[in-house]
Write a protein that binds this ligand. Structure first.
Ligand code: THU
Length: 140
């Protein structure tokens, strides 16, 4: 696993492409694949609201659509537009994004890094933030 700080920097960097005219809340994500590649994602909003895509899912869908299947960790950084790293709050992935992570990641080993800055961040396994998950195993 690479240094969490590198992944957090990539998550903040991803905020530059956020399309957030409705919430003015910018979220960046950086998804680390087992092969070492990193996919960045931002939130992309829509006038009809429900088509909005979160930063985490943007990163996952970019990676999956390019053939990646194995993931190590994701860093997430979210704050109101214009707020500097360290001045914002922790932005935890929404429940829909957690469910998407559960489709593709190991609950016990995949790490979710929720960052206020490169100095201040929380690190949890997916299982810790999504206990008692509904997954493909339930359909067997
Ligand atoms: N958002 C994310 O991108 N990720 C999350 O996990 C939480 C919410 C976005 C969606 C919307 O564009 C904005 O934050 C406000 O909800």
């Amino acid at each position: 696993m690479i240094d969490a700080k590198i992944l957090i920097e990539k998550a903040f960097e991803a905020q530059k492409f956020c399309y957030t005219p409705y919430s003015n809340f910018n979220v960046g994500a950086a998804l680390l694949c087992v092969d070492g590649t990193i996919y960045q994602g931002c939130n992309i909003e829509n006038a009809a609201l429900t088509p909005t895509n979160c930063a985490e899912r943007t990163a996952f869908f970019k990676a999956i659509s390019e053939g990646k299947k194995d993931f190590t960790a994701i860093a997430v950084a979210g704050n109101k537009k214009g707020v500097k790293p360290g001045d914002g709050d922790f932005c935890a992935p929404c429940a829909v994004c957690r469910q998407v992570m559960a489709e593709f990641c190991n609950l016990k080993t995949f790490k979710v890094i929720i960052a206020k800055s490169t100095e201040e961040y929380l690190e949890h396994t997916l299982e810790e933030i999504l206990p008692f998950a509904f997954t493909s195993k339930d359909l067997e």
